[in-house]
Design a protein around this ligand. Sequence first.
Ligand SMILES: Cc1cc2nc3c(=O)[nH]c(=O)nc-3n(C[C@H](O)[C@H](O)[C@H](O)COP(=O)(O)OP(=O)(O)OC[C@H]3O[C@@H](n4cnc5c(N)ncnc54)[C@H](O)[C@@H]3O)c2cc1C
Length: 386
Amino acid sequence: MSNSALNITSPWMSEDVVMLQDSVRRVLEKEFYPHREQWEDDGIVNREAWLKAGEFGLLCPSIPEEFGGGGGSKAHDAVLAQEVERAGLGGGFGVGIGTHCMVAHYILDYASDERRKEWLPKMTSGELIGAVAMTEPGTGSDLQAIRTKADKVPGGYRVNGQKIFISNGQNADLIVTVCRTGDAGSKGISLLVVEADAEGFRRGRNLKKIGLPAQDTSELFFDDVFVPDENLLGGQEGGGFYQLMNQLMWERMLTTLGAVVSMELAVQYTVEYVKSRTVFGKAVMDYQNTQFKLAECKTQAHIARVFVDQLMQKLLDGTLDNTSSAMGKWWATDTQFKVLDECLQLHGGYGYMTEYPIARLWRDARVLRIWAGTNEIMKVIVARDL
Ligand SMILES: Cc1cc2nc3c(=O)[nH]c(=O)nc-3n(C[C@H](O)[C@H](O)[C@H](O)COP(=O)(O)OP(=O)(O)OC[C@H]3O[C@@H](n4cnc5c(N)ncnc54)[C@H](O)[C@@H]3O)c2cc1C
């Protein structure tokens, strides 16, 4: 089955954002969707596709034009994220592009002018691919407990440690790496950009997962890797935790947007399916159970859309707070999973077959409650504000 005709309109979309939405939609359907199965079989999106994404302006639309970007706002990044999900590419390229765009913002906001000029144009063209490495085998939620260490040496740092579950880990050229440069606690954390060709850097396995089959997710190893002073984000040690907290709000927003589109798609696919499937002499849609379930799902997707649109507007106005962003992330992804599960059930056995889009949506949704801060951590954030 091909991708959906779902039409997404939101109050925060200006005319040029809608234009980008239309052009991205056409490009994704024609140039990228036909390769989806190959990437899923390979467990990775190949470099040629990344270069093609750069050519079509899909990488970093919100990076200023002077650095090779599209010169847009986060609204442009948001429609891109929504369209990738709508096109049925959320389970692979969507995560890759989202992560890459986030890395571009770490560099835009905190790197030296020299590094921005060197890296950002190549990130927008797809020549350089970005990753963010926070999680370690021993710690994920408790970021302050990270053990990867960066020791000061003349001209830079020596990095030693290990990271796990890193999106774009196999493809990445630039890895924003969370390191300990000081004492225990948040003030001892710094972000260093490790370049993948540095001696001592090594990629581990491309990890096998329940979902996101086209997304490379990896272990990374750092054995005495030299990182020059210029690659310390913010130019001063100890700013890493603050930088992460600032950028994580956007990562949560992207997750929330993806969850909402996935719910909207699920409802649409299911309505189409139950109208065409006949059981005991009548369409599945004609049963009141089906109508009530779908009425509930559609209502939940609609509430989620209103909520995410409000959060997006706040983000664009610069007034989005950490608590609201955490509320959006846990609620939308929890609701998404319930909606998708009901929709899959209404497909019967066909819902379990990956050739049906509902199966892929359900499979790829599970991780959204885990990454970008687990939903339990989101509730910890909300509870702090009670
Ligand atoms: C497909 C995938 C891609 C990922 N991509 C990246 C990436 O690109 N970069 C990166 O750095 N990381 C990435 N991650 C890692 C992800 O962010 C972590 O898995 C997540 O933050 C949870 O950390 P953990 O796995 O160590 O779980 P843990 O922190 O060990 O948590 C285990 C359980 O304890 C709960 N828990 C933890 N603390 C509390 C608390 N205070 N109160 C109540 N419950 C609590 C958690 O919610 C969870 O249920 C990815 C993960 C996956 C699965």
